[in-house]
Design a protein around this ligand. Structure first.
Ligand SMILES: Nc1ncnc2c1ncn2[C@@H]1O[C@H](COP(=O)(O)OP(=O)(O)OP(=O)(O)O)[C@@H](O)[C@H]1O
Length: 337
């Protein structure tokens, strides 16, 4: 990646809460990544993995214990006045005065924002125009999230930080938010997103990183992260036939297989080769593989294997995974290229 093109540069980032030693807690441990201009980067991880602690450092809300952050070429903490007008921040908890109406809230925010969008435009973007005279305390949780987003977008930011933007939204509002984020990205906005919705990351992200216990344990494009986990082929063994009757599984490219009461699952990194071998065998033997189902791994499977406390099924030897702990995005993505 051309460094001149990057909008967010994070290197060796650490964040400790409390004092050094056992009494403190290091929530971010040697995190490095780069986000290019116009890209959507998703930070994923289980509860407590360190996503918000990391994003707050990028937003300039706290000073790193160690390491470097550059947003639009500046230190967002030390040079806050240079960075703040160019970024939009949607925090997990907005916290607005409960008695103000939606319009009053946006107007108040616009008063502190350089080059703010008109109130109507901001509310239209997030589908809240119909609720403009409603008081904050009467909004639903999902409507408050959308108001948070409207405020983050008010100053037409070059970089947008979205911390779990669709939590609490119904499916329609979530899809509308995704469309809006896609539109903003198409207009050149760089977006850093944290989310627990893997479908959201899979569908929106150009690059993603999965954190566990304060570290990035894997990163790359959604395709490379998913591609390092095996595809699965499932079928019922024909009556009278056994796994041992199949061609040697290693020759078919199978890396692992399981059998449960006649149901077979083959795992492979070469889905086409394995499937072809299996189907040719079935044709030669003139048998039907009932319930045949072949699919690549999903981001959810990869996530559970990587970020979960109880990893199941490992990454490809050459792929991303726990072996990548502590590596920055480029080095891990490079291994998957
Ligand atoms: N102010 C604080 N003081 C001490 N520990 C904290 C503080 N804030 C967060 N932590 C701890 O740091 C760790 C990382 O928290 P963080 O909120 O960054 O995780 P997260 O990945 O954003 O989680 P979630 O998905 O639940 O929002 C957690 O163990 C949390 O308890």
């Amino acid at each position: 990646m051309d460094i001149g093109d990057s909008v967010i540069d994070v290197s060796g980032l650490r964040r400790r809460y409390g004092p050094a030693g056992d009494k403190g807690f290091e929530a971010v441990r040697d995190v490095s990544f780069t986000v290019a201009r116009g890209e959507l980067f998703a930070l994923l991880g289980t509860n407590g993995a360190g996503k918000t602690s990391t994003v707050e450092l990028l937003e300039g809300l706290a000073k790193p214990t160690a390491g470097e952050v550059r947003v639009l070429g500046h230190d967002p903490y030390a040079e806050r006045s240079a960075v703040r007008p160019r970024i939009g921040v949607m925090l997990q908890e907005g916290g607005f005065p409960a008695d103000l109406t939606v319009t009053e809230t946006v107007r108040m925010w616009a008063g502190c924002t350089t080059g703010a969008r008109p109130v109507t435009e901001a509310l239209e973007l997030v589908d809240l125009l119909g609720r403009k005279n409603v008081r904050i305390k009467q909004l639903s949780g999902g409507e408050r999230r959308r108001l948070d987003l409207a405020l983050a977008l008010l100053g037409r930011p070059e970089v947008l930080f979205l911390d779990e933007p669709t939590t609490g939204l119904d499916p329609e509002a979530r899809h509308n938010t995704w469309d809006l984020v896609r539109r903003l990205r198409a207009e050149g906005t760089t977006v850093l997103l944290t989310t627990h919705y893997l479908e959201e990351a899979e569908s929106l992200a150009d690059h993603l990183a999965i954190m566990r216990e304060g570290r990035i344990v894997t990163s790359g494009t959604p395709e490379t992260v998913i591609g390092s986990y095996p595809a699965r082929i499932r079928f019922a063994m024909p009556v009278g036939w056994f796994v041992g009757d199949l061609p040697p599984l290693a020759e078919l490219g199978v890396v692992r297989h399981e059998e449960d009461r006649g149901r077979i699952e083959l795992q492979t990194h070469e889905l086409q080769r394995t499937l072809t071998g299996l189907l040719l065998w079935a044709r030669d033997k003139d048998v039907e593989l009932e319930g045949l189902d072949a699919r690549t791994a999903s981001l959810e499977e990869a996530f559970l294997a990587i970020a979960g406390a109880n990893p199941a099924g490992g990454p490809a030897e050459s792929g991303a995974g726990l072996a990548g702990a502590g590596l920055g995005m480029d080095s891990v993505a490079g291994r998957n290229a």
